[in-house]
Design a protein around this ligand. Structure first.
Ligand code: SAH
Length: 471
């Protein structure tokens, strides 16, 4: 496993940025320049000596200073490209993230992650080499690249247009988009044998004994919560640390935190959930530890149901012997509700306004009957470009059963840097105030709001119903 990340800070402004990075980068430590920075975890006297020591000990380094200072400090000891840890420069005001070293140990993954935390773009400068290189040269622990000396030329040949064939099974390359061709001039060979590699070859020797000793694969379907790592349950953090393969939408994977270079990321834009679910079982059935990522709770309009359905539909004994667990997360409705008070403090229902997977008639029926029965509501997937009229129709139905002054909470990007929370009245609710990143909470007949002393409103639905009990 790679050593823990160190964040080096030279100024007070840098410390603010460093704290932001640290909060989302598990296991990281802030080192501050002793004469300038107060409040760091550790302090140091000399930047050059410190950065060289950390580099040589293999720590990923995030330095809040100019790229030039880092380059000059490390120049004399940059030799072994294969072993270098990731090194990044981050502007002390957090405005830029520049990956400098560590192309084969995940510097760009780390740069993107930090950029996401700071809400700025990462200045990625490697293109194809990065894409092929990071996954190709970092197989899971049970495989070892026998001839790293060939790697540079091999990747350069691919970038120059040569094609590749794979002999043996290399599951960690499933998503690598290599230029594959059965007649390829280049060869990736995965074998348990101790073979001598040819010039156009990369040889990966598998060290794990296959068959009887293969470990039981594991699939954890996890919920990240709304975004802020503080709202992520510890069991989920643990599963992410243990995972060999991580599957899910790229946005959610970026939200999930730091990954080690030997963890394989299968980021996807694929809307086909069942296909993704089957992919997860295929990987786990080979004995790997797989994590499937959802935002919020995985059981709320997310991957858990598809995963279990894929298992139900399958008669493959290898899939059924996978250790499957579903780990919960804080769902958007609960995150938004808690920010606004307790609007879901009494009976409520959660409805997705998306009619992609269910007929619109059933959505109308549910809204009408639940409104009549005086449930409070949380609406997910409220509106999108291809579904413009559904929300206006839902608002119309709600207005048939609720007073115009019913509190409505609009939570957008809750738990993320761009979070906004607004409380309005049902009569003022219009579709323009809402998008796909919003969850809408509509109160019951008893939901009420009152002003907070420091602006905004508390909104709650009392625990009692009908007549307020004597207090
Ligand atoms: N599994 C997720 C929901 C996925 S459906 C969960 O439990 O939260 C996607 C919808 O969830 C979005 O259209 C939006 O309505 C809501 N949503 C998800 N994350 C949100 C967030 N951070 N803030 C506000 N709404 C969010």
């Amino acid at each position: 496993m790679m050593a823990s990340p160190i964040i080096l800070v030279l100024s007070a402004l840098g410390l603010q940025t460093a704290l932001q990075i640290k909060s989302a980068l598990d296991g990281s430590t802030i080192y501050g320049l002793d004469t300038r920075v107060e409040g760091a975890d550790e302090s140091f006297e000399n930047f050059g000596d410190t950065v060289r020591q950390l580099y040589q000990a293999g720590h990923p380094i995030i330095a809040l200073c100019s790229a030039g200072i880092i380059i000059r400090s490390l120049a004399s000891i940059l030799e072994n490209k294969g072993a270098e840890p990731p090194v990044l420069a981050v502007a002390d005001d957090g405005s830029t993230v520049v990956p400098l070293l560590g192309g084969t140990t995940g510097v760009n993954i780390l740069a993107r992650q930090i950029a996401t935390i700071l809400n700025v773009p990462a200045a990625i400068t490697t293109s194809g080499e990065l894409r092929f290189g990071t996954c190709l040269l970092n197989p899971p622990p049970e495989f070892q690249l026998k001839n790293p000396g060939n790697a540079k030329k091999f990747i350069a040949d691919m970038l120059a247009g040569k094609t590749v064939r794979i002999e043996g099974s290399a599951p960690w390359l499933a998503d690598a988009r290599l230029p594959l061709n059965d007649e390829g001039e280049l060869l990736i060979r995965v074998t348990p044998d101790d073979v001598v590699a040819g010039e156009n070859e990369l040889v990966f020797q598998s060290t794990a004994q296959v068959d009887q000793t293969r470990p039981r694969g594991k699939l954890s379907v996890i919920g990240l919560g709304p975004g802020n790592p503080d709202f992520m349950v510890p069991a989920v953090k643990h599963a992410l640390q243990q995972a060999q393969d991580i599957l899910g939408y790229e946005t959610y994977i970026r939200m999930a935190g730091t990954f080690r270079p030997n963890q394989t990321i299968h980021a996807t834009d694929n809307r086909e959930e069942m296909q993704r679910a089957r992919h997860a079982f295929e990987l786990a059935a080979t004995g790997r530890s797989v994590v499937m990522v959802s935002s919020g709770d995985p059981g709320v309009f997310a991957m858990a149901a598809a995963v279990i359905e894929a298992l139900h539909d399958s008669d493959n004994p290898a899939w059924h012997s996978v250790e499957l667990e579903i780990l919960p997360g804080v769902s958007a409705a609960l995150a938004a509700a808690s920010k606004s008070g307790a609007p879901l403090g009494h009976d409520f229902c959660i409805i997705s306004l998306s009619d992609n997977l269910k007929p619109w008639e059933i959505i109308e029926k549910r809204i009408s009957l639940a409104a009549e029965a005086d449930f409070a509501f949380a609406f997910y997937n409220p509106i999108s470009k291809p579904r413009p009229w559904q929300l206006p129709r839902a608002i119309e139905l709600l207005r048939q059963h609720r007073n115009p002054d019913t509190p409505v909470v609009l939570g957008r990007d809750i738990g993320r840097p761009a979070e906004t929370l607004r409380t309005i009245r049902l009569e003022d609710l219009t579709p323009e105030q809402v998008d796909m990143r919003t969850v809408i909470i509509v109160g019951s007949s008893l939901t009420r709001s009152f002003p907070k002393t420091d602006g905004g409103e508390w909104t709650y639905t009392p625990r009692w119903y009908g007549i307020k009990p004597d207090s």
